[in-house]
Design a protein around this ligand. Structure first.
Ligand SMILES: Cc1cc2nc3c(=O)[nH]c(=O)nc-3n(C[C@H](O)[C@H](O)[C@H](O)COP(=O)(O)OP(=O)(O)OC[C@H]3O[C@@H](n4cnc5c(N)ncnc54)[C@H](O)[C@@H]3O)c2cc1C
Length: 551
């Protein structure tokens, strides 16, 4: 007698071998707008690779087999190393091979934008390995302040080889870099850092110090070097601290333990102590915070890009599931209320993609000399980075929850969709917290407003969308006075939100179909809804959903 109790029906097929680039029409349109005629074959190839079934399996394995700290070898020697599953290394190798780390610094115009698009695509595959990848991308502007180290390390920072061996950097074909600011007593207010740095001479890498203290969050400790903040006699300063010293000895950095985190499981986040660790100063004594923030500004961009990528991944899962699952006699995607939810998620996802990519465009136009709009772009780079980080990341968790709900109970189950939806949901809050939580971004916006003439730059950006919707025109018209008048911190989040929404609307007006831009204005600027699926009933839902499917 067979032991079959029932047939399995009404469950979607697995979503694998899915072409991320071909499906992502909003990303393709945004890129074509900013870089007309740009060769996108590399991104197309990445879209295929990052959606491939074997890569999805690597992502799953790297998360269900999290990194393990090995403090000692079997003979009892201290080694302070982290052991990763082979799938982690496979993902890292892919990210570096495709130049998501330091590669754009050795390339020409367009490379930062291409890298940003690639970063979003890779996030759909697996976000947590991108932590060291992002830091390795971001380190270059900060590191430039030390010519000796830049000269020695830059060729390895831009190399596309992933070399995880724990050996001196000269013997490696490629390196990764991290950063350590946060201590137990303060992460946002890093001026409270207690780690000390004592002068220890000078050499080809500049002023050398001995560093003693701790870092409470120190992600990716297997990076080859980290930028670290410590108190020198002249104040809080930034130091380059390699894991292995030029003489081949291991630097005095102890990895105390790995954090047990809500998500981000494939990435190792550690607590460390420095015991007379050797570090070389980067920038001036007392200028540590602005120095390391040259790095932090780019990792903040990656938080926005990463969240846009996670939104896209969650939306794709929701579209896939609702296209195959039926309830009450119709496929879910055909149910009017589900259409409203999916279309609303699609609008949010496209707006996030547009804003995050626009920030990456400012990097491209300010880093490569000779761009005619360099000054304008520099102002936008300064002001849009905290705004995009604040708003996109803040929307991420609500987005992840709604997309999860589209899958019903399956969405909440680790096994379903290879656990991708649950993984996305756990990752979302992280992008909002690290690299400066939402309030810190809003406060940084106030600093940006004090440091540059922001109102005319934003006015120029918004001009493209004038007349698209009365709500847009009203909010845009009021903006210069609000910017001039903003002195009170209590209003900073509201201002950041409104600039983000205006920028998103103006970008959609430039590179999305008019129906998308209008729908966004009606949904986000006119009715101010905070729940997805409450779009006005006369919007072109089918068209919005079809666009999200890549058509
Ligand atoms: C998984 C993970 C990995 C990390 N990896 C690293 C790493 O590699 N290197 C590193 O240096 N750090 C790392 N961090 C630390 C992270 O950057 C900090 O946690 C973050 O900056 C917040 O600092 P905090 O935890 O000390 O919180 P706090 O600074 O105590 O902030 C708590 C809350 O208070 C708010 N707040 C603070 N000041 C103000 C104010 N003036 N006005 C209003 N609100 C305010 C903040 O926005 C936040 O919401 C990591 C964190 C996580 C979770």
């Amino acid at each position: 007698m067979s032991f079959v109790t029932h047939d399995v029906t009404n469950q979607p097929p697995p979503l694998a071998d899915h072409d991320l680039w071909a499906w992502n029409r909003p990303l393709r349109d945004a890129l074509a707008h900013h870089l007309p005629g740009y060769e996108t074959a590399r991104l197309a190839a990445m879209g295929v690779e990052f959606g491939r079934a074997d890569m999805l399996e690597h992502a799953r394995l790297a998360n269900v087999h999290p990194p393990r700290l090995k403090t000692h070898d079997r003979f009892g020697h201290r080694i302070d190393q982290v052991e990763f599953h082979p799938s982690y290394h496979a993902l890292m190798a892919s990210a570096l091979r495709h130049g998501l780390h330091g590669a754009p610094w050795a390339k020409g115009a367009g490379a930062h934008v291409e890298r940003a698009a690639a970063f979003m695509l890779f996030t759909e595959l697996e976000p947590s390995v991108l932590c060291p990848v992002s830091m390795s991308y971001a380190v270059t502007p900060a590191l430039r302040a030390n010519a000796g180290i830049t000269q020695a390390w830059m060729p390895k920072i831009v190399a596309s080889d992933y070399d995880p061996r724990f050996v001196p950097f000269e013997r490696k074909s490629g390196v990764t870099l991290g950063m350590g600011m946060t201590e137990k007593q303060g992460g946002s207010d890093v001026r409270s850092n207690t780690t000390r740095a004592e002068r220890d001479g000078a050499d080809a890498w500049g002023e050398r110090y001995r560093i003693t203290g701790h870092k409470w969050f120190f992600s990716a400790p297997m990076c080859d070097a980290h930028l670290v903040l410590a108190q020198a006699s002249g104040g809080l300063s930034c130091f380059f601290v390699p894991r292995i010293l030029p003489d081949g000895s291991v630097n005095a950095l102890r990895v105390q333990r790995l954090k047990d985190k809500l998500g981000n499981h494939a990435n190792a986040s550690s607590e460390v102590e420095f015991h007379d660790a050797i570090g070389w100063r980067v920038g001036d004594e007392g200028r540590g915070v602005p120095q390391i923030l040259a790095m932090g500004a780019l990792t903040r961009l990656d938080c926005a890009l990463g969240t846009a990528g996670l939104m896209r991944a969650a939306l794709t899962l929701a579209l896939h599931h609702t296209a195959h699952r039926s309830a009450f006699g119709r496929r879910l995607v055909e149910q009017p209320l589900m259409k409203n939810v999916l279309a609303d998620l699609a609008l949010e996802s496209e707006a996030a993609t547009a804003l995050a990519l626009r920030v990456a465009v400012t990097i491209d136009r300010t880093e490569y000399p000779g761009h005619p709009e360099r000054e304008h772009e520099a102002v936008l780079r300064r002001v849009l980075t905290p705004i995009a980080k604040f708003w996109i990341c803040k929307r991420g968790s609500a987005f992840g929850q709604e997309a999860m709900e589209c899958l019903g109970g399956n969405g909440y189950v680790e096994e379903h969709g290879e656990g991708v939806m649950a993984r996305i949901y756990r990752e979302m809050p992280l992008n909002s917290i690290w690299e400066g939580a939402a309030n810190i971004m809003a406060l940084d916006l106030l600093r940006a407003l004090r440091s540059a003439d922001v109102a005319p730059a934003l006015e120029r950006e918004l001009a493209a969308a004038r007349g698209i919707h009365p709500g847009f025109d009203r909010l845009a018209a009021a903006l210069p006075a609000r910017i001039d008048g903003v002195t009170d911190e209590i209003a900073a989040r509201a201002l950041a939100r409104d600039v983000a929404l205006l920028m998103q609307a103006s970008l959609l007006a430039r590179h999305a179909p008019r129906a998308v831009a209008e729908a966004f204005c009606r949904a986000r600027l006119a009715q101010g809804s905070d729940v997805f699926g409450t779009l006005p009933a006369d919007l072109p839902f089918d068209a919005l959903i079809e666009r999200a499917r890549g058509r």
